[in-house]
Design a protein around this ligand. Sequence first.
Ligand code: FE2
Length: 429
Amino acid sequence: MDLLIRNATLPDGARGIDIAIENGRIAAIGPGLQVHAHQEIDAAGDLATPPFVDAHFHMDATLSVGLPRVNRSGTLLEGISLWGELKPLLTQEALVERALQYCDWAVARGLLAIRSHVDVCDDRLLAVEALLQVKKQVAPYLDLQLVAFPQDGLLRIPSAFGNLKRAIAMGVDVVGGIPHFERTMADGAESVRLLCEFAADQGLRVDMHCDESDDPLSRHVETLAYHAHRLGMHGRVTGSHLTSMHSMDNYYVSKLLPLMHEADVAAIANPLINITLQGRHDSYPKRRGMTRVPELLAAGIDVAFGHDCVMDPWYSLGSGDMLEVAHMGLHVAQMTGQEAMHACFMAVTETPARILGLEGYGLQAGKHADLVILDADSTIEAIRLRAARRYVIRRGRVVSRSPAARATLNLPGRSGEIDFRLKRQDRSV
Ligand code: FE2
């Protein structure tokens, strides 16, 4: 064997698990493996998880904060106009450099697969070319899936559909859309039809920014589910954001969720962004704006949490940490039950892997040897601590290491090194 990881805990709670790795794949996984390996890692009971997956990101805009100016109001609309100012100034070299820097951060955070939207409304398709180059360059260590995103509106911009088709022909993987940003609700519905028919014809997946507003009457995810079902695209269509669902009438939602389930349409919430950009027209009470995550899950619909933005025209914060995303999602959705907290961890690992259709993902024999060993002993502990990624492993090779979080105290009678986990004696009553 090339690598043996001893004494790991798995996301399902199984303890004392060894993972044997050969030729970039998991050769065996189970307790007490009797194998010899060139390299051994003692996980010492820490959590081994498949890598983090971000199902919703904008790599063409990332790390551009302050260019050409900062978003003073912090609103979605100022962000959109700021992006419009920045777009003509973009150069391919700067875009590639920023994307590569972000991918470095991602790897260090154990984030080894990202679905990024890329704006196709710039006729030069400069960002498409740049991100296709980045996709090829990072492929040995990170799976980058690209979505052709007509950010200014498929029907609002005359060249948008042609550009989107060119982007797909150049190698972009997924068909995007933004129906709520078209001129009318009817144009929005028409854009969904056109894009779904194009994707079905090309055998591609669909992931649309859908109903990203506080408008309780926005209906585009219903249209998306309708066309996904009509065209037999079950399991290959995703609605991103869906923030209007937060404000919808409860009766209508009780009809909508079964339609999404029937069409096997997945949902992606972006907690950090939804909580900051939605509800901006409200006084108090102020809506949170995130879609109905627990209700979607209860209806049997796949829900992932995406990062959406890091240091760009819409959001000045973030560092590629999907545990920070899960932490925010858990709080905003009030998912504080034990199973609900575990589901938040799944929403940044296994569920987005399924949405992206990642091949060979998971901790089973025969799968890619891609995994992360966290400075935590459970999925809940990982979210609580936004735990350090002690080892990030890609195809059986350690690609990043981080020190565990420790502090050295200098207190009367209480000096020495501490971590942030409960000590055994703390558990006595
Ligand atoms: Fe987005």
